[in-house]
Write a protein that binds this ligand. Structure first.
Ligand code: KG4
Ligand code: ZN
Length: 381
């Protein structure tokens, strides 16, 4: 079997894990139809309200599926299998998609597959860029997760680092609130930061010190909650100091906050590149939309590295990536039963958490040299 098999038919993908209701049709690795219905109702609360999200999914899912099928130019009868996000996510939201998918699969006697939301983010870019496949160092940064992993092959993942508290996207959302900006915070902070300069104010780069070594528990891990507190204290200082009104200082504060998060994400990713010898880096999740993150990673990777980033529509939550990940797993013969349940803490399939092997200098033969595109090495790790 190829290491990237596709289910030979039409896969309907369904995504309702958070506040995007989405349906997509994927055929042979090609995206044929796709609808993402964003829920604006959460904006005035400054975050996702689970009850509102679940109810909105109930209203929006059926039209989203109809829209995706219409765009693909097929009727429901043409669907050969259904893939649905089964976790992680908000349980009430997940349940809407899972139950809908179960009913659809049961009524038409179709194969059903529960997909892991973060593995779907890992697959997103491969819908647009066939080269975006393992071996990869992947930084998956969303509102709920921050994962740094090495994918030797699809289904063969090693976790290098993860957040110890807030996720990167969550940090953007919380900082936006502190700065008096709207939700979701990432795009708002990025917009404000365009008018400002990092370095006018000074925020910490969490979990980064020059003496860090690969054996240290914090070497690849992230932590953003201290940065959030530091931002809140700084904003308070600006408010009380009276030198500059907050409206005037906001762009510089946003720029410094964004730089602090990006510097940390980029440095940890570069550590993973050095450690694994793999210079093919993939970004996924909503924070991958951030221009400074993309630019800084591209620059640091240099000409010998390769950066894969999905378009914004496939970076934020969407069902296309769910159908794509599902098409891969269905082709391997995997199926979920009708007892499939929503699982807010679903384990990432194929992800090992074993300790990291020795540093890059001791990487397996062909490791770093191959990734750097140098001649004469076996297949890259
Ligand atoms: O992957 P995603 O759509 O949903 C989850 O699985 O959580 O990610 C949403 C997160 C939000 O926290 C949002 O603020 C962040 O992605 N985000 C951004 C940007 N666009 C979205 N963060 C930084 N810069 C952006 N341009
Ligand atoms: Zn997501």
């Amino acid at each position: 079997m190829s290491d990237d098999p596709f289910f030979p038919g039409t896969v309907l993908g369904v995504e309702t894990s958070c506040d995007e209701t989405s349906a997509a049709v994927v055929r042979g690795g090609e995206l044929a139809g796709h609808v993402v219905a964003t829920q604006d109702a959460h904006e005035r609360f400054g975050g996702v309200v689970p009850e509102i999200a679940a109810r909105a999914h109930l209203r929006q899912l059926e039209p989203a599926v109809r829209g995706a099928l219409e765009e693909a130019g097929v009727g429901a009868g043409a669907v050969d299998a259904v893939a649905v996000t089964a976790g992680p996510g908000l349980v009430g939201s997940l349940l809407v998609g899972v139950n809908w998918a179960k009913a659809f699969a049961w009524s038409r006697q179709l194969p059903l597959l529960g997909v892991h939301h973060m593995e779907a983010h890992l697959f997103a870019n491969s819908l647009e860029e066939p080269e975006a496949r393992p071996p990869l160092v992947a930084l998956l940064v969303s509102g709920g997760h921050t994962l740094l992993l090495h994918a030797a092959a699809w289904s063969d993942y090693r976790l290098l680092g993860e957040t110890r508290d807030d996720a990167a996207g969550e940090a953007f959302d919380k900082a936006a609130r502190i700065l008096g900006l709207g939700y979701p915070g990432g795009p708002e902070i990025e917009r404000a930061a365009r008018e400002g300069r990092p370095g006018v104010y000074d925020l910490p780069r969490p979990m980064l010190s020059p003496g860090d070594a690969p054996g240290d528990p914090a070497y690849f891990d992230f932590s953003f909650s201290g940065l959030k507190t530091a931002t809140a204290l700084l904003v308070e200082e600006v408010r009380e100091g009276g030198d500059r009104p907050l409206d005037d200082a906001r762009p510089d504060l946003a720029a410094e906050f964004q730089a602090a998060v990006v510097d940390t994400l980029v440095e940890k990713t570069l550590r993973a590149v050095r450690h694994t010898g793999c210079r093919r880096v993939l970004l996924g999740g909503g924070v991958a939309c951030n221009g400074r993150l993309r630019g800084s990673l591209r620059e640091r990777l240099g000409g010998e590295g390769r950066l894969f980033v999905p378009s914004p529509r496939l970076s934020t939550d969407n069902a296309a990536m769910v159908a794509r990940a599902g098409a891969y797993r269905l082709a391997r013969g995997e199926r979920s039963g009708l007892d499939l349940n929503a699982d807010p803490s679903l384990p990432f399939p194929g992800l090992r958490r074993d300790p990291a092997p020795p540093e890059d200098g001791a990487a397996a033969p062909g490791g770093r040299a191959t990734e750097a595109g140098q001649a004469g090495s076996p297949a890259p790790r």
